[in-house]
Design a protein. Structure first.
Length: 199
């Protein structure tokens, strides 16, 4: 599979996973696959590693922001452990990606990377830290889980596309780590939904 084809599949996975269609692509919604412009001005035919890093860092930033709120608001030790694990793992992955970007592309990441993934706040999350802050205490854990599961699912899809298209061992390992850790966390959170809330 070529990098261009993989990038096209990555875009389709992102659109399908978040389910908001044109909103993900902003003013480029009518452009054909292969010519879309990403946040920071990146086109679909650019290097898959560069594209992935630019998109995954704000996605990780969103998860970290949510996890930090969980540390403040959740009373369950299981949730505290999960939040700490998310923060630790994803902060390290962000640091690695920023370092690789400088090394491979000779520049720091675009300033617009903090604006969110493809124009969506917090890397495409269906909610926001502000929303979680206002959720009633009794509903917080369920709301957090319902937000974090699809967010993790999106990261897994992106990592699967990366694994299929990258030639760099560092990026293959990153993809493998994301798939393994976040798939495990998804299953854990689904188990909590069933045992805590019966769904």
């Amino acid at each position: 599979m070529t990098n261009t084809n993989t990038l096209g599949l990555l875009a389709l996975a992102l659109v399908a996973g978040i389910g908001v269609g044109y909103a993900l692509w902003g003013t480029q919604a009518s452009a054909p696959i292969g010519t879309h412009m990403m946040s920071g001005g990146y086109s679909m035919d650019q290097n898959i590693d560069q594209h992935f890093i630019v998109q995954m860092i704000p996605h990780h930033d969103g998860a970290i922001a949510m996890a930090k709120i969980a540390l403040e608001r959740s009373k369950r030790p299981e949730m505290i452990t999960l939040a700490n694990n998310i923060i630790e793992a994803q902060e390290k992955e962000i640091a690695d990606m920023r370092s690789w970007y400088r090394s491979w592309y000779g520049t720091t990441l675009p300033a617009t990377i903090g604006d969110g993934m493809m124009g969506m706040p917090m890397g495409g999350m269906t909610g926001s830290p502000d929303t979680l802050k206002s959720v009633a205490a009794a509903d917080f854990d369920r709301e957090f889980i319902n937000e974090m599961i699809p967010h993790h699912e999106m990261a897994v899809m992106m990592a699967q596309m990366l694994a299929a298209g990258t030639g760099r061992p560092e990026m293959k390992q990153l993809a493998s780590d994301i798939i393994a850790s976040q798939s495990s966390e998804i299953e854990t959170m689904r188990g909590w939904l069933k045992s805590w809330y019966g769904n």
